[in-house]
Design a protein around this ligand. Structure first.
Ligand code: GDP
Length: 590
């Protein structure tokens, strides 16, 4: 038997490379592309989906595997712990349902006011802080919503050791509480529950514990379970020392360690441009000591650490494991979620950055042949609809979060999401032009729409939606995608009948009678005809007679006569079974 070829596609592939991999001539491939409405030249790139379709059309036995360029662009191996590793501070993320007090808790812990400035009560960027308790440091991450966090995880970033799950004692377990638990579990992080707002009259700590125990499988230690739960008030500060003690206790049990005598490495957790300062990157050091003057590389961005500061803006000379820092010096903005590494000199940094750039370009440069017509063609073939988005955000960190979170919306292959444009900054004329097509929305996150651009959008019939809260943006995208999904037909069985007599059969009508053995039958419903186990036809009940009267229904135990409408001739037999169903069309939900 001919063996199936496996072709690895790193995001996209050139016509030349694909022809070589398939062992066919470039002319054949170009010819096939042309037949499909794509005029491609030898050096052009086609994306994974297009390549798959073409291979199928050509009838070649080959399997295309989609690979992330990132898999190729990991140029520096992640460091493995050595025996010399020393204890490091725990990295703690505060999660929980909106309004349960995450920001207030962090704020009280940091003794600093940030609550007022934030939009919609949801923290937008990942920021990191470090505080000391009993003279031991502890790193807190302020998370930009769980979706973005999940997106980070997709970048294979394990960012959290411990999740402090905030549950308001007057409100109890809510959907995002459950989501946070799932997240923590899948990230292998320990969970410590902070039952918050105990200063409120309506607070009921025991009820929260019971909910967590019965619905979420988190058994309080007090009740003989494994989960530490600490009643606190983020407002008055009550219980917070105990919470911090419990965090250290958990960290000690986990025996968190890192090496220090190695070139520093870690994660990019935020990045943006600032006038006068250039690129600002927030990094979380995982291993090693980061110093001013170090050469760093993260993806295709590289630079020399020019200035380094802690979250308060105080200058730092050296940052060890688990320390969040803000640095300047990257020549271009590194991406949120990318790993960073310190390398020995500028030459190495530059070389690695260039290699990464090539790998990334391969992934990003999808489709210089795939215009919107091509997308349409593909979707028509597969009956898969496209939803195109242009995303503009205030900072790069949110851009990555929004785009990654959008990509995580799973429509089970029914709608293809295409990010056709992205950028940092306000919505521009170019964004509107890019979005002038069917099923396309421009999303602005924490950015503005000037009146002139708004007019342009209206003139071109382009939908522009602005958001300050990531969940709302995602909900809007989901709603758009739901509209594009094929509606679902919901079938409900309402009854059954055993056929006892067949009185007349003409081309489009059958008159038969029998006994309702289950449920009921009414005019207008569909009857599936079963002979023994097989379904042999489908007919429609046009009227029901009981004791010589037309009735609206005949129920279980009654005998009745039925007029059945058929599209093609059906010969009904005594002993057949009719199963009555109603059907309704429902829009699918995401
Ligand atoms: P987040 O959305 O989880 O970050 O919640 P916030 O920290 O923004 O808190 C939501 C609201 O609850 C704010 O009005 C806070 O002042 C209030 N709040 C938070 N913690 C407490 C607490 O311990 N006690 C009381 N009484 N109110 C609290």
């Amino acid at each position: 038997m001919e063996e199936e070829k496996i072709v690895q596609v790193f995001g996209s592939i050139t016509v030349d490379e694909l022809a070589a991999a398939l062992n066919i001539s470039v002319t054949t491939l170009i010819g096939e592309l042309f037949k499909n409405g794509i005029a491609a030249t030898i050096n052009q790139r086609i994306d994974f989906e297009t390549a798959t379709i073409i291979v199928e059309e050509l009838g070649i036995k080959a399997k295309l595997e989609k690979k992330l360029a990132a898999e190729k662009s990991v140029l520096v191996e992640k460091h493995q712990l050595s025996d010399a590793a020393v204890a490091r501070p725990p990295i703690v993320a505060i999660m929980g349902h909106v309004d349960h007090g995450k920001t207030t808790l962090l704020d009280t812990l940091l003794h600093k006011k940030t609550v007022e400035t934030e939009a919609g009560g949801i923290t937008q960027h990942i920021s990191a802080y470090q505080i000391r308790h009993n003279d031991r440091p502890i790193t807190f991450l302020d998370t930009p919503g769980h979706e973005a966090f999940a997106a980070l995880r997709q970048h294979s970033a394990t960012l959290t050791d411990i999740v402090v799950l905030v549950v308001a004692a007057d409100d109890g377990v809510k959907p995002q509480t459950a989501e946070a638990i799932k997240f923590a579990q899948s990230a292998n992080a320990d969970i410590i529950v902070a039952i918050n707002k105990i200063d409120k009259e309506a607070a009921d700590v025991n009820r929260v514990m019971a909910q967590l125990a019965t619905d979420q499988g988190l058994n309080p230690e007090e009740w003989g379970g494994k989960t530490i739960m600490v009643p606190v008030s983020a407002k008055t500060g009550e219980g917070l020392d105990k919470l911090l003690d419990m965090i250290f206790l958990t960290a000690d049990i986990d025996d968190l360690r890192a090496d220090v005598d190695i070139p520093a490495e870690g994660l990019v957790i935020e990045s943006h441009m600032e006038i006068g300062k250039g690129s600002i990157a927030n990094l979380l050091v995982e291993q090693g000591n980061l110093k001013q003057g170090d050469y760093v590389i993260a993806g295709k961005a590289y630079g020399k650490v020019r200035t380094m500061a802690n979250y308060k803006g105080e200058v730092m000379q050296l940052a060890g494991p688990s320390t969040p820092v803000t640095i300047t010096g990257f020549k271009e903005l590194p991406n949120f979620g990318d790993r960073f590494n310190v390398v020995k000199n500028e030459k190495t940094a530059k070389k690695l950055a260039e290699q990464a750039a090539i790998a990334i370009e391969k992934e990003m440069a999808i489709t210089n042949v795939t215009g919107s017509d091509m997308l349409k063609m593909i979707s028509e073939k597969h009956d898969v609809k496209d939803f195109n988005v242009v995303v503009k955000t205030d900072v790069l960190g949110s851009l990555t979060s929004v785009v990654d979170s959008l990509r995580l919306i799973d429509t089970k292959g029914e709608v293809n999401l295409h990010v056709i444009g992205t950028g940092v900054g306000n919505i521009t004329e170019n964004d509107i032009r890019l979005a002038a097509g069917e099923n396309t929305v421009v999303y602005g996150f924490n950015v503005e729409l000037t009146p002139s651009i708004k007019r342009l959008a209206t003139r071109h019939d382009v939908e522009v939606n602005l958001f300050k809260v990531i969940y709302e943006l995602l909900d809007d995208a989901k709603a758009h995608m739901e509209q594009l999904m094929a509606p679902e037909v919901i079938e409900t069985e309402i009854g059954e009948l055993a056929v006892k007599g067949v009185f007349r059969t003409i081309k489009e009508e059958i008159i038969a009678g029998g006994e309702v053995t289950k449920g009921k039958v009414s005019p207008g419903v569909v009857a599936k005809v079963f002979r023994k186990k097989d379904e042999i036809a489908e007919v429609e009940v046009s009227s029901v007679q009981h004791e010589k009267q037309q009735v609206q229904s005949a129920v279980e135990g009654e005998t009745c006569g039925l007029a059945l409408k058929t599209k093609k001739k059906v010969i009904l037999e005594i002993g057949d079974r009719l199963v009555f169903v109603t059907r309704e069309i429902k829009q699918k939900k995401l």
